[in-house]
Structures are given as C-alpha cells and as structure tokens.
Design a protein around this ligand. Structure first.
Ligand code: ADP
Length: 454
C-alpha cells in the first residue's frame, strides 16, 4: 500500500488543526445546549475539560507547526508528530463518547475518520495496528460496562428528565453532524487527491520533456560518434587489405581484433541511435508503406549472414511472397534486425535460427526462433526493460546494451501489434510478433496482385 508523502506535511497538519478547531467549537456548543436547554444529566465537568484539553493540544500543535515551518524534520520526527496527534485525538474522542452514551452516541462513527486518515498517512501495518486497537478498546469498554465494572452514562435517559422529542432531537443532531462532517472530509480528501493527480500530471509532463531532451542529446552524440568510428573501421580495412604495404601476421591479428571491437561499438551505437530515435518520436517513423514481408526478412537475413556463418549457425525462413504489411520500413527493420541479431548472438556454435511468417485471421504472425541459451522464467518479463540483460546472456556475450528488445517492443507498439516470448533455458527462445493485417492487404495474402513498395 502506498503511504502518504510526507513532503507536504505542513499542509496536512494545518488541515488537521483546522478540523480540530471546528470539532472543539461544535462540541462546546453541543455541550452548552445539552446542559442548559435540554438539561440531560451528564458529567459536564469531565466533558468540558476534555474539550478544553483538545483545544489546548490543538493550540500546542499550532505553535509547534509554526516552529517547524522553517525547519527540515526527519521522516521519523514527522511520523512521530502525526502519531501524537492521531493518538491524542483518539483518546479525547473516546473520552467524550464514553461519557455521553458511548455506543449509543452517533459521534462514535467519527472513529471511522481516524481510521481513514491513518490509512492515508501510514503503512498498511500501522493501519492494521490502529484498527485492531480501536476494535479492542471499543469492545473492551463495552464488556466492562456490561459487567458493570465501568459506569454507563446514558445520553438520553428514560423518564421525565428527557422526553421522546428530546431523544429524537439528540440522535438527529448527532447523525446530521456525522453526515455533514463526512461530506466535508470526503470532499476535502477528494480535493487533495485531485490536487495530487494534477501535480503528478505536471511532473509526468516535465519528465517526458526531459526524457525527450535526453533522447535528442543521445541521438546527437551517437550520430557524432558513428562517423569517426566508421572511418576508423575503413582505415583498418585499408591496412588489412595491404593497400599501404605488407603488414606482419602479428599486426594483422591485432588489426582484426581492433576491427571486431570497433564493429561491436558501431552496433551498440546503432542500437542507441534507434532507441533515441524512437523516443524522440520522429515524424519520419510515421511514414507507412506497403512492404513485402518476404523481402524485409531476406534483406535482414543477408545483413546477419556473416556473423551467423562465423558461428556455424544456419538461418532458414519460410514466408509467402504475397504477405505484405502496411508499416514503416525503419520500424520493421528494427524489429527484424534486433530479433535476428539476438537469435544469432544467443545461439551456441552450430545452432539454427528460423523465421516463419504467416497470416492468422486479421494479423500477420512473425515467428523468430532459435535453439540458443534460452531465458529463465523469472527473467522473461524483464527482458523488454531498457538496459536489462539476463545473467546468462552477460556471461556469454559481453557486448550488448540491453536496448534491442526495448526498441522491438516500442516498434511493435507503434505498429499497433503485440509481442510474445516463449523460452526454455538451454533449449531455445521463440518470439511471436503479431501485426495488424489491413483489409486491402488481405487481398494480397489471398494471392491477388498488388503493387508492393520496394
Ligand atoms: P542485448 O543488447 O543484451 O542483446 P536486448 O534488449 O536485445 O539486449 O535483449 C535483452 C536481453 O534479453 C538480452 O540481454 C538477453 O538476456 C535476452 N535475450 C534476448 N533475445 C534472446 C534470445 N534470442 N535468446 C536468449 N536470450 C535473449
């Protein structure tokens, strides 16, 4: 359960103090009417004293509030201050109710508000303790009265001192005050929740714009980095090809390693660019065209064929040439590229990767499966989080940003699709991507001729 944020403690305490002044005035007037006009026999000295103590306590809370307004309290001090107020309110309310008919007094329902406030301010554990104590005290006092150990102070005694009309008047007055105060409290709490909601909205918008600034910054920096890195790779290749003269086998070995690391760095930068690109909501990603799934898949396979061959991984695919998707090409390449790269990256030597694309009702189903390291059940949900990498993956492949699947999920969401993952540790992983198949594309899937953008 989420507890109240203590940062606006002053506002909460001011609100408490205001309510307590209203309660003090209400009790004082009621006691005055009871003692003078209605003439019920009650221990007025005790009741006026309890009300006076409430007023004094409230005044001291007010003074303390003034004192702490310019002071930063620790969370512990804040909580203690709130506990003191709630407990003292409990004791005074129980005293007032006890000497005025106890369970017969409708004001006993005010205890509900204390429980409500406790639930707003403290943890679930504290709420349970407060509620249990309240129930224990209420039942305890009732039992002690029943056993005649504690005296009972009737609010509306039978007999001449209080007639039928007076009893009705007292109850009606009590219930009316409970209703009015409930309405006031509930509307105040609602205002507070609305206010908090608005604050959250403002914070969320601020966070969103900051996130956009951050993404744009990453986009700019990574773009700047990519150029020089690509140039470094080019220079390595010139040296490796011997265009500047013979190089020794040792130098060649070092150059190959340097080239591989630069390539990894470029892949990582590419992922960061894609990610930042998606977050900065570039309009270009909204441009959609009708694309052949067969062509998209074979293009992406050709890009991964080299690293796959180096690991002895066989890539197969099965996709009818008629299946088309109405989507953004960059987004489709992000989905296919990242899923394929992962399948090869997380497969052991000599494994196999397969892609299958078919039409299921109103959707295109794309399945990318491998026989690689797999993912543990408890990690499956987390793999789409930004920067998350499983422990097994980290030990197998040092290079990785943990952004690939976050990009895939965003791309799939942008295309109004959905993604599912099935995996078994050490057996393999299967990603299912469902993309909407628009009416006009169904014709293509049925085998009728359409124009396809290449
Ligand atoms: P990374 O850069 O680490 O590959 P991704 O976002 O692409 O980041 O993937 C997140 C994590 O999901 C990976 O680190 C890996 O643990 C897991 N994962 C993704 N694809 C596969 C796969 N085909 N087989 C096993 N684990 C995978």
């Amino acid at each position: 359960m989420k507890t109240f944020e203590f940062s606006n403690l002053h506002m909460v305490i001011e609100w408490f103090i205001k309510l307590r002044w209203i309660a003090c005035a209400g009790v004082f007037l009621t006691l005055l009417v009871f003692s003078t006009l209605i003439g019920i026999n009650l221990p007025y000295k005790v009741l006026f004293s309890a009300n006076f103590i409430l007023a004094c306590a409230n005044f001291s809370y007010y003074l303390y509030l003034m004192k702490i307004k310019r002071k930063v309290l620790t969370d512990r001090e804040k909580k203690s201050f709130l506990h003191i107020q709630i407990i003292s309110d409990y004791i005074i309310l129980l005293t007032l109710v006890y000497f005025t008919g106890y369970l017969e007094n409708p004001l006993i329902f005010y205890l509900i508000f204390h429980i409500m406030l406790t639930s707003f301010l403290f943890s679930e554990k504290k709420l349970i303790i407060y509620t249990a104590l309240t129930v224990f005290i209420i039942i305890g006092i009732a039992l002690l009265q029943l056993k005649k150990i504690l005296p009972y102070y009737p609010l509306s005694p039978q007999g001449d001192s209080c007639g039928y009309f007076d009893r009705i008047l007292i109850r009606t007055g009590g219930i009316t005050s409970v209703l009015i105060i409930s309405a006031y409290l509930i509307s105040s709490i609602k205002d507070r929740i609305d206010y908090k909601g608005k604050l959250c909205e403002v914070e969320l918008n601020r966070y969103k714009s900051l996130d956009k600034v951050k993404s744009n910054f990453i986009l700019q920096v990574t773009h700047e980095l990519r150029g020089p890195l690509a140039a470094v790779m080019g220079y390595h290749e010139i040296l490796l090809k011997g265009l500047t003269g013979e190089i020794s086998p040792k130098s060649k070995d070092i150059l190959i390693k340097a080239n591989r690391r630069t390539d990894n760095l470029l892949t990582m930068i590419g992922e960061m660019i894609d990610f930042a690109y998606m977050k900065s909501e570039k309009e270009i990603l909204c441009e959609e065209k009708r694309l052949s799934m067969h062509d998209l898949i074979s293009e992406n396979i050709s890009l991964i064929r080299d690293p796959a061959q180096k690991k002895g991984i066989d890539i197969t695919f099965n996709c009818s040439k008629n299946i088309t998707v109405h989507a953004n090409r960059d987004l489709m390449n992000m989905i296919l590229g990242n899923l394929l790269t992962n399948s090869v990256k997380y497969s052991k030597r000599g494994g196999s990767v397969s892609l299958a694309c078919s039409v299921k009702k109103d959707e295109i189903l794309l399945i990318v499966s491998d026989e690689g390291i797999g993912i543990k059940d408890d990690e499956l949900e987390k793999i789409f989080e930004e920067f998350y990498r499983t422990r097994t993956a980290r030990s197998l492949e040092k290079d990785g940003t943990g952004l690939g699947l976050a990009i895939v999920q965003r791309a799939v969401n942008s295309l109004h699709g959905r993604i599912q993952v099935f995996s078994q540790l050490n057996k393999g992983t299967e990603f299912h991507i469902y993309l909407p198949l628009m009416e006009k594309h169904k014709e293509a899937a049925d085998g009728r001729k359409i124009d396809i953008d290449n």
